[in-house]
Ligand binder design. Structure first.
Ligand code: SAM
Length: 190
């Protein structure tokens, strides 16, 4: 059986972007603290986080659109023996049914708001939505660190997403800037 540690090592060698280890630990801690049993992940890559969370006892559904990632994820999930359902689709339009205690947004950064709006209705009453890369390697606070136009565009979209989360009247969001690449934890106000 292949475990998430082995998948992580392969991802590092293959330079596949996966959640930072510290962020992943926080994600698992949040799942535990909030009694999460089901998780929906937007952006599978090679299924490292999906398999890790399944190892923690969660039933995981994960969405990926890239054929090469899908191929690797399928193989890793099969070899892990974990209960992970991989949906091969563009998360902007995937038809997902059911409710989830934890929704993890970790796909195209320019689409975060769209993912939030599309999947928030599937969140269980006491569930949480966790978004990764809120700091984007420190560049959200220091856009001057890059001259790349595409990266600057992503940074702008991440800043807008943060403002969007802050503006939601029915939700409260905690920004854990010092965990991994910065994560946002959103939950409905009670
Ligand atoms: C940062 S990686 C995900 C890492 C994974 N969550 C982990 O921690 O192991 C982002 C992934 O999202 C996928 N992705 C980006 N936009 C997507 C979309 N609209 N629908 C589905 N997958 C998408 C990319 O192909 C890529 O594999």
């Amino acid at each position: 059986m292949k475990d998430s540690l082995e998948i992580t090592k392969e991802a590092v060698v293959g330079m596949v972007p996966v959640m930072e280890a510290e962020g992943l630990e926080e994600l698992a801690a949040l799942a535990k603290a909030n009694n999460c049993r089901t998780m929906l992940e937007i952006g599978t890559a090679v299924a490292r986080t999906a398999v890790y969370m399944a190892e923690q006892g969660l039933t995981v559904t994960t969405i990926e659109r890239d054929p090469d990632m899908i191929w690797q994820a399928r193989r890793n999930i099969a070899e892990s023996g974990q209960s992970v359902r991989l949906v091969e689709a563009d998360a902007r339009e995937a038809d997902i049914r059911g409710t989830f205690d934890l929704i993890f947004i970790d796909a195209a950064k320019s689409q975060y708001r769209r993912f939030f709006e599309r999947y928030a209705p599937l969140l269980s009453e006491h569930g949480i939505i966790v978004t990764d890369n809120m700091k984007f390697h420190g560049m959200v606070d220091h856009p001057e660190r890059t001259q790349n136009r595409h990266t600057r565009g992503l940074i702008r979209r991440l800043r807008e997403y943060r403002q969007y989360l802050e503006s939601l009247e029915d939700w409260e969001t905690e920004f854990l800037d010092d965990r991994g690449d910065g994560i946002a934890v959103s939950r409905r106000k009670r």
